[in-house]
Every structure is written in C-alpha cells, then in structure tokens.
Design a protein around this ligand. Structure first.
Ligand SMILES: [Fe+2]
Length: 420
C-alpha cells in the first residue's frame, strides 16, 4: 500500500536534485565556454620550437607570446653564455609587432645544440639540430590527443613524463593538441601544461580535427602552420630526415582529408608518394597523421577511407611505422608488414570501452590484421632508433611499461620485420 507513494516521493526527489544540478552546472559550463572564469593569456616566458617549415639539420621555427602587441627580439647561440640577436622577423606583420611571434631561424649547424632566449625575460631554452651523419642513434617521444575537455584531462602528467626524459630528439603529437583551435585559452592551457618539456624539446605536430585548421583564425596557423601556401591555400603537411629515418607528417585532420582520391587530397597523395620515394635510402620511414586506419573503437575494426586510399601507398613504399590518434585509445597493429600505432591516450579524457573483434570478423574484413596490444590508460611512447632497429616502448602515467616491440630492417628501404 505504501510502496507506490514512496517510489513517487523518491522519483520527485531525484527530479528536484537533477534540476538543481542542471541549474548549477549549466551557467558554469557556459561561463567556462566563454572563458569568464578561466580566461587566461598565453605564458610569455615559454618558446615553442618546431620543424614544421624547415630542414631540422640547419633550421628551426621558434614561436612565443607577448602580453601586448609589441616588437620582441630573439637571441640564439651555441653557448648559453654567448647569445646573439637573431633579427629576421617573419610574423604576418612584417614589422614584427604582434602578440604571437614566430621566427624561422636558418643557417644552423647540423648536430649542434643551440640555446635561445627572447627579450621577454623567460629562461634560456635549448634544442639540438638533426645530426649531420645518418646512422646516429636517437630517440623521440610520442603521444596524440592531448586536448583537454573544459581544461580536464591527464596531459599535465604526460608532460611531466616527457620533461623527465633528458634528451629526446623531439616530441611528436599526432593531432588534437587542444580542444578548440580557435580558442586562445586552450592554447594557453596547453603551453602552460607543457612547461616541463617545452624549453628543451622541439615539438613535431600534425593537425587534428580539433585544431580547426579549416578556420583561418585557428591558432594552429600562428604557432606551427607552414610559411608557404600552395594552390589550395595553406596546407600543414611537411617531412624531414633525422639520422636514418624519414618522418612524414600529413594533413589528415578532418574527415574530408581521409579520401586521398579527392581533389582536395590529390596533391597531398602525390607529395606523399614523391616524399616516400625520395626517402627509400633511409632505414626507416615513419608516417604520422591524425585520423585512424585501424582502431579498437566500437565503430569498426578499420576506417574504410584511409584503408582504401592511403594504405596502398604506405605499403608500396615500405613504410616502417604509421602513427595516428583521434580515437582516445591505445592500439598497436601489424598489417602487411607495417606496424600501426593508434595513440589517442595523450592526456585527453580517454574512451571507456574497447571493442575487440572476433577472429572471424577480422578474417572477413581485413585478413592478416594482427591486433598486438590494446589499452585505455594515458601513456607516452618512446621510439628508439639505432642503425637497423626501431624499438617501440609505451609507459603509462603510473610508470608501468605495458607495450614493447622491436622492428628490424636488413637493408635500407626494405620492410621491417618484428624481432621481439
Ligand atoms: Fe580527433
């Protein structure tokens, strides 16, 4: 007799609580979205070094922020005690008056450590150019999808891990560095959280869909966009050699970039083929982009568009390792003698579920695909290059190494084989 009224009472109570929750959180979310509570300017004491428009043997791109529109200066040198002014300014405003400053430094020496400082009283930072001689051992670090949803996520701990590594050649991020490319507060947050590594490690980025590069006012263009424009307008893809490896960083950020047979992408496919062909004398070819090929997300084992229009080229030129993100999971795959690494666990909020297909489903759709490791934990991957081997190890933010494999190549230009 009393059960029904009690249930009604409970339901009414839950409804009231839900209404209160919505009333409290909705204005807060709107306020956060508008930057009312978390409005912040980019740090003015940090400099971001990247190689997006240059040959890292002799060049580097440096970008930094000032609090107001002003001219700033960059000093650079091979000794921290002897920095000299570098005067070339290539901001969009030729006078150099800006709040985001970017300088293309040229005529550097290969295999040399450089120190730099701006006139804004930040600390002296450093980076090293690519080695002059191919074959030098080196290592790089890798994540993807560092984007924070309303400033929430694990990227701070990822950045601390990266900062503890004393000498990575560079730090790769396979897109979605920030949640909204057109929102300066997100870039401020990313730069601030990057403080543990940013003054001593160059960044090697590709654009993701969250960088919003289709928008001219995306800050991706200001911090790491290309200097040159092509017939399609600005494009963000680039490539460089580092020791015995070719790194190809592609623009497959949004869904329309996945179809390499489209007019938009035809020029990039041609560029990819030419770049890979020129890199066949390298021991390793590493290709990084944002959108996945194979993924443990629930929408299928693979993405049809990248599988059919991109993978044949990757296979034709014996690519060693393919890196991407977008899906916030970790997955390592082997398919037709190429290793594919989905690394969406770079500090954004991770997915909560992994879809594991049956062997029958794999055989029917992508015969020969081997799923080697899946995980949901935030992690950093280390790529160790030696003369003939590439060792991939992945460590969680709780310092648990949960994935490792070594690829070996017998002859430059050949496919790798897994040796462990
Ligand atoms: Fe994405």
């Amino acid at each position: 007799m009393t059960a029904a009224p009690q249930k009604q009472k409970k339901r009414r109570f839950l409804k009231v609580m839900l209404c209160i929750l919505i009333m409290i959180t909705t204005p807060a979310l709107i306020a956060v979205k508008l930057g009312i509570f978390l409005s912040r300017a980019p740090p003015t004491d940090l400099v971001l070094v990247n190689f997006t428009s240059c040959d890292p043997k002799t060049e580097a791109m440096l970008s930094w922020n000032s609090a107001t529109d002003t001219q700033t200066e960059l000093w650079i040198g091979t000794s921290s005690n002897n920095l000299t002014a570098y005067t070339t300014i290539n901001n969009s405003d030729a006078t150099g008056i800006a709040t985001i400053h970017r300088v293309h430094v040229r005529n550097l020496t290969a295999g040399q450590k450089y120190y730099y400082k701006t006139s804004l009283n930040g600390p002296i930072g450093s980076f090293s150019t690519a080695p002059a001689i191919a074959g030098s051992s080196f290592h790089a670090l890798l994540v993807s999808d560092t984007q924070h949803f309303y400033f929430n996520g694990y990227y701070e701990r990822i950045a601390q891990m990266v900062g503890k590594d004393p000498n990575p050649a560079f730090f790769m991020i396979a897109g979605d560095l920030v949640d909204e490319g057109t929102l300066l507060e997100g870039w401020s947050h990313f730069l601030e959280k990057s403080r543990p590594w940013i003054s001593k490690t160059p960044l090697v980025p590709v654009a993701g869909n969250h960088e919003e590069i289709q928008e001219p006012d995306s800050y991706y263009w200001d911090y790491m966009g290309p200097e040159e424009v092509d017939s399609f307008g600005n494009r963000t893809y680039y490539a460089f050699n580092w020791s015995n490896a070719l790194f190809v960083c592609m623009e497959i950020a949004n869904g329309e970039h996945e179809d390499m047979s489209s007019l938009l992408q035809a020029d990039q496919l041609l560029w990819l083929q030419t770049t890979l062909a020129n890199g066949m004398s390298q021991e390793f070819r590493v290709v990084m982009f944002h959108r996945p090929v194979f993924s443990p997300m629930s929408h299928g084992i693979f993405y049809q568009s990248t599988l059919t229009t991109l993978v044949p080229t990757l296979e034709a030129y014996n690519v060693s390792l393919v890196i991407y993100g977008h899906d916030h999971v970790y997955g390592r795959y082997r398919y037709n003698n190429i290793t594919y690494l989905c690394h969406g666990c770079g500090g954004g909020l991770n997915n909560q579920l992994i879809y594991i297909p049956s062997q029958e489903e794999i055989d029917q759709n992508v015969p020969g695909l081997v799923i080697q490791r899946l995980s949901l934990v935030p992690a950093v991957t280390k790529l160790d290059f030696s003369n003939t081997t590439l060792t991939i190890t992945t460590t969680s933010i709780d310092n648990l190494q949960f994935d490792s494999t070594t690829l070996e190549v017998s002859t430059p230009g050949h496919l790798t084989r897994e040796v462990s």
